[in-house]
Design a protein around this ligand. Sequence first.
Ligand code: ADP
Ligand code: MG
Length: 249
Amino acid sequence: MAGQGDCCVKVAVRIRPQLSKEKIEGCHICTSVTPGEPQVLLGKDKAFTYDFVFDLDTWQEQIYSTCVSQLIEGCFEGYNATVLAYGQTGAGKTYTMGTGFDTATSEQEQGIIPRAIAHLFGGIAERKRRAQEQGVAGPEFKVSAQFLELYNEEILDLFDSTRDPDARHRRSNIKIHEDGNGGIYTTGVTSRLITSQEELIQCLKQGALSRTTASTQMNVQSSRSHAIFTIHVCQMRVCPQPDPVRNPR
Ligand code: ADP
Ligand code: MG
């Protein structure tokens, strides 16, 4: 699929606006984005170029439509996609991914994951509707989700309802393996079968909140925890039954 000069990994930089605290402290903004170029200048002369650069005033919707929307469309074609948010604590990872459920957010402020979930279920409904219009058997979809947290050397299963929150350091049954082709996969992870957009959002919320509470208790080390939310989509097309062969008698 990749064209010339195209790469399957793309890097976007998002510069978040200053927080009130930073404004009060009189912090200066030391970045400027070159108009029409995916380039950010640090200070006056240090230029860095990426696939995309989003300045202070970028909306969540712009991030989603530019960087993520086509990945969800690709999933319907059978491609895998990963969105990784990287940056120091306070950089805006949680805000951009849209998993900060401890504060209420407006629809406009919705981040990547809730938008991707809505897009996915919208795409499923659309494909079923189209098939119905054409009078053919619609595709069947099976959606499941996993939510893991990596904390130091530990893997925690945020969907494991039997997990004792006070015994977070107890080893989980999850194992990370590498297959013959160097692919990494896990075993022993709770997989939840999902039937609706609302259910998936609810699962994400529940897992994200169980993560936040725990990491608050962990205080200074909270920034060492990483979360991986995985959605598996299985699409099955029902082929029309061929005409039964007539008995030529
Ligand atoms: P991280 O998860 O990287 O530690 P957060 O997402 O929690 O950082 O962001 C830190 C603070 O900055 C939060 O209060 C968040 O609401 C705010 N913030 C981050 N990005 C933006 C943005 N693009 N617009 C407005 N506020 C933002
Ligand atoms: Mg965060």
